[in-house]
Design a binder for this molecule. Sequence first.
Ligand code: B1M
Length: 213
Amino acid sequence: MSSFNDLAESVITGNFGKVKEITQEMIDKGIGPLEIINDGLIAGMNVVGVRFKAEDMFVPEVMMSAKAMAGGMELVKPLIADTDMPSVGTVVLGTVKGDLHDIGKSLVAMILESGGFKVVNLGTDIAPEGFVKAIREHKPQIVGMSALLTTTMLNMKATIELLKEEGLRDQVKVIVGGAPVSQSFADEIGADGYGSDAMVAKDLCFKLVGKAS
Ligand code: B1M
């Protein structure tokens, strides 16, 4: 019988097949889905977070770990009633208008989900109106915008301006990230935070919802 340690280790090594196999084995043995998530899947992802910060792991490996974890989550999620699923908060996430870069944002989405956030991933090329619509529909605590082009990062400002016009700015925290974005740019456009990478974004989101990561 595999242990939680084996499951965590398979997440850390990004072994999608093994994560699914162990998760299914645990479900079949009657182990509770929340235990599988917390003691196996999230435990593994937490180690990935620490190693990524220490530059012992790099983006492709982190993505493999996140994908492996998602494979396990897919199996356990249907076993959990919505109300039992611990949710730290909701984040609406998108790449801004005119920008088709998806990889970094998807990594941020996976890492936030692995930390317990519900993520509404809007995709790429999202106009300010798209963020407004999603805020009204999903009522998130946090809106995250990603941009990879020096031209499109200006649409982050346009989105924040529209949030103000629509009376939504005070209802959400806004975080921004992406290669050309910086803390000073975030300050300049009036965002609440800047994430230099996916792990920093996760810590920032925890801070913004007032919870410990
Ligand atoms: Co494009 N591209 N690209 N591209 N592309 C860059 C960004 C570029 C730097 C390459 C270069 O010239 N050296 C350059 C931008 C120059 C600039 O503006 N200064 C560029 C260009 C010019 C273009 C096109 C205009 C090329 C053309 O057509 N002439 C075009 C634009 C298309 C468009 O968007 N409208 C284009 C197209 C593409 C592809 C479609 C081919 C492809 C994207 C595929 C996809 O995403 N599905 C692509 C790629 C892959 C890149 C590079 C090579 C890699 C980007 C990437 O995925 N990095 C990139 C060069 C580079 O960055 N080295 C480049 C890996 C990813 C994990 O990192 O996205 O930075 P990153 O995300 C990080 C952090 O930034 C942070 O966390 C992530 C990981 O920890 N982060 C956040 C990101 N979002 C965050 C949000 C947060 C918090 C943190 O909170 C909400």
